[in-house]
Design a protein around this ligand. Structure first.
Ligand code: ZN
Length: 533
């Protein structure tokens, strides 16, 4: 069994190394695709965390790990780690929001968020606080000198161009709610530049019926209290800014220049009755281990993650209700499985833990849980490399390694890229906050140097393919297996990924944060509190 698996893996590595022309069939590409077609099949019902469809997908992934001969790395000798959640569902249609007593249309004007909501808000004054970024260490703080007690803050996503994308992302993801709660603010309304929104407003409306989740353990929540949380339709934003002396167009023009925004009282009050219900749910992370081949280094772990969950069954688009999530992120789980196959043959020195996590789509919750309550010694996790919707839409030549500028993982990813004839390019859209929008970020926050790898188009044609995916398939039922993909390019990606992991796992020293990285503060012994912040 071990011998034949090894031979097959060696064959695969050779086949992938021979680099068949994109589009040509290969065993490696077919294997990867077989997992994508399986997990994106309608029978998994869109793999929503907490549903039977998700559990079936977890069972499939565990069976693949077992077939590869990987050790169970979940709880109690199983491949599963149970994660508990509180789930909430907002009834947008039954919720009421008004400004200065004048009703807004929930849906066309604004959507109520999926976070634990305040059910009842009465005449809360609204104040515009620019980008809503709290980064005093970096010399920037939209909360400074403001009296926000009992108020609703309104902000525009983005930030000044002199702050790094990673820093702005971190402020949005990790610093916002603690700053809000210290200031005593009761709620937040977010606005986005429509040019940088991934999803048009009409599709955001369709998605608003989705449930929200928080981890059952309050120590692992960013917001400790309930708040009024909403997103405002940019096309209707001047309903907020009328009579303030400011317009949304003016604010967006400044946001596009990357300069500071004014902060001002909106001079209106907001009231809301939010209709929502809560329940308890649980779902597993699926974890397996390839023990390291070096007796000294095997007690350290490189973690490879990909989220297994997606959006489930929801509002129909063109008659299709199943959100299959083929690229988001059956593709990443397929790579997790196939990379395990290649790594088994390579026998890296450190141990490698493969974790298919739940509840990414609900706010990186499965990874947050694993990073804070790992099934291996926490301090022995040396790196996380994550895959989420890496988008093999064209032959692989150029990639982004999110987080490459923050740690010694960057040079490793670059050297491996060069060895495969690939080029790493800078993040072309730092304001999309991708660095904080997938599971690697849960590990960053516990001090672990991390990367997320993704294809990046550089030609107009490639950029067009990516834009078309985001516009029409991302978080829509059409992210299914009928879309055009470059399966051979996905196999090339898997070979590259296995090389990156091997280099990290075989290096004599563990990865380090760069001395000038903002995220170095989370490193163990770095001073800042980690869990529960
Ligand atoms: Zn997604």
């Amino acid at each position: 069994m071990v011998k034949s698996a090894l031979a097959a893996a060696l064959f695969l590595a050779t086949a992938a190394h021979a680099a068949p022309p994109s589009g040509a069939p290969s065993v490696a590409a077919d294997r990867w695709w077989s997992h994508v077609t399986e997990l994106a099949d309608d029978k998994y019902e869109g793999r929503l965390t907490g549903t039977p469809g998700y559990q079936r997908a977890a069972d499939y992934t565990a069976a693949q790990f077992k077939a590869l001969g990987l050790k169970p790395a979940g709880e109690g000798g199983t491949y599963f780690q149970t994660v508990r959640f509180e789930e909430q569902v907002v009834d947008q249609g039954a919720s009421k929001v008004s400004v200065n007593g004048k009703p807004l249309a929930v849906g066309p004007d604004l959507l109520i968020g999926r976070q634990p909501q305040l059910k009842d808000v009465r005449d809360a004054p609204m104040v515009f606080i620019g980008y809503g970024l709290h980064l005093p260490d970096a010399g920037y703080d939209d909360f400074a000198g403001q009296d926000l007690r009992g108020k609703i803050v309104v902000y525009v996503n983005g930030g000044p161009s002199n702050l790094s994308g990673a820093l702005k992302s971190h402020a949005r993801a990790a610093e916002f709610w603690p700053a809000m709660e210290r200031a005593g603010a009761v709620g937040a309304i977010a606005l986005s530049n429509p040019k940088s929104s991934d999803i048009p407003w009409e599709r955001q409306r369709l998605l608003a019926g989705q449930s929200g989740m928080v981890l059952a353990d309050p120590a692992l929540r960013d917001a400790k209290q309930r708040h009024f949380v909403a997103t405002f339709n940019p096309a209707e934003a001047d309903k907020l800014f009328a009579d303030t002396g400011h317009s949304f167009a003016e604010l967006i023009a400044l946001q596009e220049k990357g300069v500071a925004l004014p902060r001002f009282d909106i001079g209106k009050t907001l009231s809301a009755d939010v209709a929502y219900s809560t329940r308890e749910v649980s779902a597993p992370n699926v974890a397996a281990m390839l023990p390291g081949s070096d007796p000294k280094l095997a007690s350290e772990y490189v973690v490879l993650t990909a989220h297994l969950d997606h959006l489930g069954v929801g509002a129909p688009i063109n008659g299709d209700r199943v959100y299959n999530g083929a690229m988001d992120n059956a593709s990443g789980v397929a790579s997790l499985i196939e990379t395990a196959r290649v790594l088994k043959a390579k026998r890296p020195k450190r141990s490698v833990v493969f974790v298919a996590v739940c509840a990414e789509e609900r706010g990186l919750l499965g990874s947050r849980y694993y990073a804070n309550r790992p099934t291996v010694a926490s301090a022995a996790i040396v790196a996380d490399v994550n895959m989420d919707m890496f988008l093999p839409l064209f032959p692989l030549k150029t990639m982004v390694a999110y987080g490459a500028d923050e740690s010694s993982l960057g040079p490793v990813a670059r050297a491996a890229a060069a060895a495969h004839g690939l080029t790493l390019v800078p993040d072309p859209a730092p304001d999309r906050n991708i660095f904080t929008r997938s599971d690697q970020y849960s590990f960053v926050r516990t001090g672990v140097p991390s990367l997320m790898l993704k294809f990046e188009g550089v030609t107009p044609e490639q950029k067009g393919l990516e834009a078309a995916f985001l516009k029409s398939r991302y978080h829509a039922p059409s992210d299914d297996t009928a879309q055009p993909l470059d399966k051979a390019a996905a196999a090339t990606f898997n070979t590259y990924l296995a090389d990156v992991i091997t280099r990290v796992a075989d290096a004599p020293t563990r990865p380090q944060w760069n001395s000038d990285s903002f995220f170095k503060r989370f490193a163990r012994g770095g001073g800042a509190a980690i869990a529960g912040r």
